[in-house]
Design a protein around this ligand. Structure first.
Ligand SMILES: N[C@@H](CCC(=O)N[C@@H](CS)C(=O)NCC(=O)O)C(=O)O
Length: 233
């Protein structure tokens, strides 16, 4: 119980030191036909900036977690991108593949935004330090691979970057190297009415696992489910 309170508090602190970035949608531009793909891990400060951009631009993305020592997607990135560096973005809509968080963010706003980037996403030392402090607060959670079995099909997670409860779930997905379609659905997202219509209320995280026909709210229940179903595979 105390451990859970500590985890939620530090996850909330990580959002606070990022000034709540990733808690609401900004002006949106063109929408992609297919979800983007990102290779990243949860506690990497450069990956965090990219996930914040994806949230504020209300973009869905297939996340391929690349925790340190992860056996599946790290080798894929090295083979296809040419180096071991994260984040790595693939946009099948425009045949684009990019390293470098600042280049990725610039690309996302140019391609899918309709306004300027939030100030914390413009490259600069403050943005970098704030990201590093956020990572420190979570003491490396989401960074290292824990042995797990791979699901047949990617899971689906409804989430937004600044939600502390969603962060805890994403950390678990990252450690277990479970790929998932991330539906970003921050306040202001035009996807919210359809979510309420379909699932009965507006609450995230919400996990769907097509492999076991399971769907659930509540971060603690989701984390237990992921560990029981996939850990130690
Ligand atoms: N300038 C790069 C820096 C990216 C970077 O240093 N990423 C670290 C993770 S935070 C990395 O790829 N480390 C190699 C590893 O994890 O093996 C960017 O902004 O994307």
């Amino acid at each position: 119980m105390v451990r859970r309170m500590w985890r939620v508090t530090t996850a909330f602190g990580a959002s606070m030191v990022r000034f709540g970035l990733g808690s609401k949608v900004v002006a949106l531009g063109a929408r992609p036909q297919q979800p983007l793909q990102v290779y990243e891990f949860e506690n990497c400060p450069f990956c965090r900036k990219v996930r914040e951009a994806l949230t504020v631009l209300d973009l869905d993305v297939v996340v391929y977690p690349c925790p340190k020592r992860g056996p599946r997607y790290r080798p894929w990135v090295i083979e296809n991108g040419g180096k071991r560096q994260f984040p790595y973005l693939v946009d099948p809509n425009t045949d684009t593949a990019l390293y470098e968080s600042n280049d990725i963010i610039r690309y996302l706003f140019q391609t899918y935004g309709a306004g300027s980037r939030p100030w914390l996403l413009v490259s600069g030392p403050l943005g970098l330090y704030a990201g590093q402090i956020a990572s420190l607060l979570r003491l490396g959670a989401g960074t290292f691979y824990r042995k797990a079995k791979a699901p047949q099909a990617p899971l689906e997670l409804y989430s937004y970057e600044a939600s502390p409860y969603c962060r805890l779930v994403r950390e678990t997905l990252s450690e277990l190297e479970i790929p998932y379609l991330l539906h970003n659905i921050a306040p202001g997202s035009p996807k919210r009415p359809a979510f309420i219509e379909r699932f009965g209320k507006m609450q995230v995280p919400y996990l769907v696992d097509p492999n076991t026909d399971t769907a659930m709210f509540e971060s603690a229940a989701i984390i237990n489910y992921l560990r029981e179903t996939y850990a130690n595979g």
